[in-house]
Design a protein around this ligand. Structure first.
Ligand SMILES: Nc1ncnc2c1ncn2[C@@H]1O[C@H](COP(=O)(O)OP(=O)(O)OP(=O)(O)O)[C@@H](O)[C@H]1O
Length: 372
């Protein structure tokens, strides 16, 4: 790839209102050069607006956007050297694949067929597709062509707005992999907007969670999942079991037993997060020993590779009240019978997770190193 070196992106204090509605509030985001950041949030939380501000299609009311520390808010989109891929790819219907990709190339290179082939190869498409028109491609192929077109001028960063949302599940997965590989190979800085937590966690080196126009946490995927900033983020990025607990000497005492605590918790009453896959279920063949946690299976949903099991705790540990139900995830073949009693144990550590009282940045976040 020719083109500019990948740029770091710095979004500082960006706010934006449409009429009386504030869509973004004091957004700060730092994207390391050559890395992939996902902006994750529910529909309407302001993700697209943020991306369009970085691209230059929308001006912020307050705050700045910089590339490698140089403010670009006064530059028009075409001078920022930032590529944009939308949900539908928006290919030109009257141009074939080669024409679409070449459109992104500098004028002097537009006739250089080998450049088009290189870009198609980069996004994992056969050169044989070059003569097809967009309507002759699958949705996933169209999105890859759109990425090839965006990468053609050697942009300093690429912005992807829900690029897989219109694809069916199987195509989405393979297209994600192809796009992630192409971005990594090109070494381009990328920001991906999505409402799909699996997509954000699996593709990005850093995930920024946006809620009602505010960044509520920025963290690498594993940290976001294990140490969400609050209960809302915990429940948004996966199934969450939240239990009242008391922390003493780095261990939390909850109805599911006494467990080590992630991070450096303060002693005292709190709420702890347990992920359903941490809960291990065993058949209760010969009754329960004193102190064991026993629950009855009230419901189970079978997904094939795994199953989620809803349980009513019948006897718990410690002084905390029994929760209504807890959710466990088991391998599909090991899902217990509805109505049976099982023994519950929790693997690993639990995480103190407050209800949202304020918008707290992630405490231990460090920006991930650039890829490669
Ligand atoms: N040009 C505009 N004029 C008025 N309101 C707008 C405009 N653009 C966006 N909005 C509003 O701003 C809010 C955020 O929109 P935005 O598209 O940024 O959200 P989003 O998180 O990307 O949502 P989705 O995932 O549904 O695309 C919405 O309430 C939307 O209606």
């Amino acid at each position: 790839m020719t083109g500019a070196a990948p740029a770091g992106i710095q979004v500082t204090g960006v706010s934006k209102s449409f009429g009386p509605v504030e869509v973004l509030h004091d957004v700060h985001l730092e994207v390391a050069p050559g890395s992939l950041t996902a902006v994750l949030g529910r529909s309407g939380c302001g993700k697209t607006t943020l991306l369009r501000i970085v691209a230059g299609f929308v001006a912020p009311d307050a705050g700045t956007v910089a590339l490698d520390g140089r403010p670009v808010v006064d530059l028009p989109p075409e001078r920022r050297r930032v590529g944009y891929v939308s949900q539908e790819g928006s290919l030109f219907p009257h141009l074939d694949v080669a024409g679409n990709v070449a459109f992104g190339l500098p004028r002097r290179l537009r006739r250089a067929r080998h450049r088009v082939d290189e870009l198609l190869e980069l996004v994992g498409l056969e050169p044989g597709l070059a003569a097809r028109y967009p309507h002759q491609l699958s949705g996933g192929q169209q999105q890859r062509v759109a990425l090839a077109r965006a990468l053609a001028p050697g942009p300093r960063a690429v912005l992807l707005d829900e690029p897989f949302a219109a694809l069916d599940a199987e195509l989405r997965e393979s297209t994600r992999r192809a796009v992630a590989a192409a971005l990594e190979h090109a070494g381009t800085t990328a920001v991906l907007v999505t409402h799909d937590q699996g997509e954000a966690l699996s593709m990005a080196g850093q995930v920024a969670v946006l809620s009602e126009g505010r960044v509520v946490q920025v963290a690498p995927p594993a940290q976001l999942y294990r140490q969400p900033a609050d209960a809302d983020v915990a429940a948004f990025v996966g199934d969450a079991v939240l239990l009242p607990a008391t922390v003493r000497d780095g261990r939390a005492d909850s109805v599911l037993g006494v467990h080590p605590v992630t991070g450096r918790p303060e002693s005292g009453p709190t709420t702890v997060l347990v992920r359903p896959e941490q809960i291990v279920l065993e058949p209760l063949a010969n009754g329960a020993a004193p102190g064991e946690v026993v629950a009855r299976v009230v419901d189970a949903t079978f997904y094939g590779h795994d199953a989620t099991v809803r349980l009513r705790v019948r006897s718990g540990s410690g002084e905390h009240p029994l929760p209504d139900t807890v959710l466990a995830r088991t391998p599909g073949h090991a899902a217990p019978e509805i109505g049976s009693d099982v023994r519950l144990t929790v693997r690993g550590s639990v995480t103190p997770t407050a209800r949202r009282t304020d918008h707290i940045p992630s405490p231990e976040h460090e920006a991930p190193a650039p890829r490669g």
